[in-house]
Design a protein around this ligand. Structure first.
Ligand code: PLP
Length: 364
């Protein structure tokens, strides 16, 4: 048996994959696969509408927010957010706490002035408390990444911003893993390929009054207003991906909703962090304990800088036991265990057991 700890595209619930398989040749009694179905057909229309309604229910999305499904992934939204919002005052605040928010800031700087709220750091391992932030009261929006997938840094608070400045959050890698109060945000976006489906679609939750403020040069495909006017059907959507995502939303509803996912995420991440913390420095996670991600757990083996030979041996042992895709991101090295919603507690326990065995056999 294989246990997939990939950072994304990531594991999907087995139950959902079986459902996909069962309906692959005949989707909802249509006689054809969802992949062969017109995106203008009523059968597909219902699939998309149901997915959006289920998401609205899961997150209790207020009625003055629109849900858009777009293409171009998280990276597409790095541009889209700026193109749709930065024109209001020409500047935006970026809270850079890891690789992905750094990339978003760089992209946005093509369309307006970007103010880096935090001083530049060599390594991302913390989230400075908000009292030290330099926010610009004239910013069109404040942008941050709720969970930095590469470094494993997850916010333990929602930034406070003036009522006139919308808060924009990239939740690509922790979407639907913990409760959020949507009303605190102007825009939330999340690529599907971690917690909610295959790669190919991005969910955007946007407050209605922020729609229609785009720069003139905004490409139609990234334009929130056009997407909204066309119910996310302005061009051909990735129908199969949205279908699977809809099944994942139903799966989350059957499994305790956001509260259920959150409880599971806490339990799973605790297993791994406890194993790290009880190893007398043999395993080392550089991230400040209060902002350690519940989704992506990065760690080194042997020392804070990592021992190459031990890390290779650990990865080989893990693979031999069926535990795959545990290699850390190339920019930080080491190991990264991604514990998205579909990864079970029993699977996480297996990883913790392997870590404990490895520690016992290799500690000095
Ligand atoms: N934001 C976060 C937090 C991510 O983890 C990623 C990808 O891993 C992205 C954005 C970029 O997403 P995409 O590859 O879909 O463009």
């Amino acid at each position: 048996m294989v246990i997939n700890f990939a950072a994304g595209p990531a594991k999907l619930p087995e139950e959902v994959l079986k459902e996909v398989q069962k309906n692959l040749l005949d989707c909802n009694g249509s006689g054809i696969s969802v992949m062969e179905m017109s995106h203008r057909s009523s059968t597909y229309g219902k699939i998309q509408e149901t997915a959006i309604n289920d998401l609205r229910e899961l997150l209790n999305i207020p009625s003055n927010y629109k849900v858009l499904l777009m293409q171009g992934g998280g990276t597409g939204q790095f541009a889209a957010v700026a193109l749709n919002l930065i024109g209001v005052t020409g500047t935006a605040d970026y809270v850079i706490t890891g690789s992905w928010s750094a990339k978003a800031a760089k992209e946005a700087a093509q369309y307006g002035k970007v103010n880096a709220v935090l001083p530049k750091v060599a390594k991302y391992t913390s989230v400075p408390r908000q009292s030290s932030w330099q926010l610009d009261p004239k910013a069109s929006y404040v942008y941050y990444c709720d969970n930095e997938t590469v470094e494993g840094v997850e916010f333990d608070f929602v930034p406070e911003v003036p009522a006139s400045v919308p808060l924009v959050a990239d939740m690509s890698s922790n979407f639907l893993s913990r409760p959020i109060d949507v009303a605190k945000f102007g825009v939330i976006f999340a690529g599907a390929q971690k917690n909610i489906g295959p790669a190919g679609t991005t969910v955007i939750i946007v407050r209605e009054d922020l729609i229609g403020k785009h720069l003139k040069s905004t490409p139609s495909i990234l334009n929130f207003e056009l997407m909204d006017k066309n119910s996310s059907l302005m061009n051909t959507p990735p129908t199969f991906v949205i279908y699977v995502m809809g099944l994942v939303f139903k799966w989350i509803k059957r499994n305790g909703g956001i509260a259920g996912m959150s409880k599971l995420a806490n339990a799973k991440s605790k297993l791994i962090y406890d194993t790290i913390d009880k190893s007398n420095g043999f395993f080392y996670c550089p991230v400040d304990p209060n902002v350690r991600s519940h989704m992506n757990v990065p760690f080194r083996i042997g020392s804070a800088a990592g021992n190459d030979a031990l890390e290779k041996e650990f990865l080989a042992k893990a693979e031999a036991d069926g535990m795959i895709q545990l290699k850390g991101h190339r920019s930080v090295g080491g190991i990264r265990a991604s514990l998205y919603n579909a990864v079970t507690l029993a699977e996480t326990q297996q990883l913790a057991n392997l870590m404990l065995d490895f520690y016992k056999n290799n500690k000095n």
